[in-house]
Ligand binder design. Structure first.
Ligand code: PHE
Length: 480
């Protein structure tokens, strides 16, 4: 394991870095949340706005987190404290830690459902079930208190075990090999879904924008989905970037991760909507249970459905794990680095707290049925607070920090890897009496300097203004 200059764990291989960041981004957000939010928000038009947000806001926020994390080499709270001592900026880290708890709470509910579906797949629990039966199986599970709670606790414990096995060994190893398989399965599922009779309407729903469906809350929802799915706005990627080596190309990593994330979400959409229309379901009907009510039907109508079903839910659970470890790591890194609590105890504290809050989320459809605000139960409120409030707020503060507070030379050094390379060039020059041409030297410093001005313009002006407008518009303070 590579130890950084300050004795912290680090990622070792380039592939490992991209995979770990992608492992954080790719998870239930793409495969579970994306389809049901698209369904509730009217389809194609939402998809377009979401894509625009990923490109214009998501990638710059992700890159900002990378810059903060790698330059400070600290957890999300400590990074702000180190770069901006004696200011209020570390509060952004606090928002991130709160967001991490809220997300862990409801994320582990859905991940628990996924584990139960692994079990149901293994025992062939959907054999011969009609579409109506599949829905009933889901609803009776969702509304039974104990089972979902049991699986949720298993999932939280699994996350803790991986966290405790260390940064590189834990994260790198698990994310590397398995995700390509999930993508292959999604492709197979998509092919089956689009060849079901009556499926064309699903593709139409997903890809034909109907802008009459767009309202201010839908726009905020697209922003929330973009941020949630990219794992940005709460410091998960600040924490991960703090383990990146100096030679990692931050901008290309942010592009690669974001593009993979979007493609997998769209692939999930292509697997779900055609199947849903073929089954005669309405897109806004599904709610958080959407994939659990649709996919078992698709599995039944494909060759090798049993094995595909088992593999799919296992891989989905692993995708959820590689995301939840990045969420839990935000809290554990904070507790261990800032409050000097041993990693083991820090993990234990986090697990207990997350399990406690998570319980309320999982019991939203049973014990706490009817508790909530308006149409929103506890689960919905947790999800809304994290995705549509805390993450955009965190993202807003993160871009303002990088755009207006940080030393521009530091930002530039991080984006061009000059900090390290300048030293290397200097050292080589020293020993070789510097007989290289200007051109040779330029090669060392040319890393992605082109994106700098575009990036700066977005993080200074476009992103803060856009996020603020989307927010104020959704809560009705301004009307555009
Ligand atoms: N992006 C993850 C997913 O799509 C969830 C996540 C959100 C992870 C925020 C970290 C931080 O499943």
């Amino acid at each position: 394991m590579a130890l950084g200059s300050e004795g912290r764990d680090g990622f070792t291989t380039r592939f490992g870095i991209v995979c770990a960041a992608a492992g954080s981004a790719i998870g239930l957000g793409n495969i579970w949340r994306f389809p049901y939010v698209v369904g509730e928000s009217g389809g194609g038009a939402f998809l377009l706005i979401y894509l625009a947000f990923v490109l214009m806001l998501g990638i710059p926020v992700m890159l900002s987190e990378f810059v903060i994390g790698r330059s400070a080499k600290r957890n999300a709270f400590g990074a702000f404290k180190k770069i901006a001592p004696a200011t209020w900026w570390p509060l952004v880290g606090v928002i991130g830690i709160v967001a991490a708890f809220v997300i862990l709470a409801f994320y582990s509910t859905i991940a628990g459902w996924t584990l139960h579906y692994v079990y149901l797949s293994v025992i062939n629990g959907f054999k011969g079930a009609s579409a109506l039966d599949v829905t009933r199986i889901f609803e009776s599970f969702q509304t039974s208190g104990a089972m979902p709670l049991f699986w949720q606790m298993i999932f939280i414990m699994l996350t803790a075990v991986i966290i405790l096995s260390g940064v590189r060994k834990g994260i790198e190893k698990y994310s590397k090999v398995l995700m390509p398989f999930l993508v292959l399965l999604l492709i197979a599922l998509s092919i089956r879904a689009v060849t079901l009779p009556g499926s064309v309407a699903g593709l139409h729903f997903l890809f034909n924008p109907d802008f009459s469906k767009i309202t201010a809350p839908v726009i905020l929802g697209a922003l929330g989905q973009a941020f949630f799915s990219l794992s940005i706005g709460m410091g998960a990627l600040i924490t991960y970037a703090s383990y990146f080596p100096d030679k990692t190309n931050l901008s290309s990593t942010s592009f690669q991760v974001s593009i993979a994330d979007v493609l997998i979400a769209i692939l999930a959409g292509v697997a779900i909507f055609p199947a849903m229309f073929a089954l005669g379901m309405q897109p806004e009907e599904g709610g958080p249970g959407l994939i659990f009510m649709v996919l078992p039907n698709v599995f039944q109508h494909m060759p090798g459905g049993y094995i595909v079903s088992v593999a799919f839910f296992v891989l989905l659970a692993i995708a959820a794990l590689t995301s939840s470890i990045s969420i839990m790591e935000v809290v554990v890194a904070f507790l261990s680095e800032e409050l000097k609590i041993a990693r083991k105890s820090a993990t234990l504290i986090t697990v207990i707290a997350a399990a406690f809050v998570g319980m309320f989320s999982t019991l939203s459809w049973s014990t706490f049925k009817g508790t909530g605000i308006g149409d929103y139960n506890i689960f919905d409120l947790l999800d809304f607070t994290a995705s549509n409030v805390l993450l955009p707020l965190g993202g807003l503060l993160i871009v303002i920090f990088v755009g207006w507070y940080m030393k521009q030379q530091t930002v530039k050094d991080e984006l061009t890897n000059m900090g390290l390379l300048r030293m290397v060039v200097f050292m080589i020059g020293w020993y070789t009496k510097d007989d290289r041409t200007e051109e040779d030297r330029a090669k060392f410093t040319a890393l992605r300097i082109r994106v700098y001005s575009v990036f700066m313009f977005i993080v200074r002006f476009i992103a803060p203004i856009a996020i603020a407008i989307i927010f104020l518009n959704a809560i009705g303070l301004i009307r555009i």
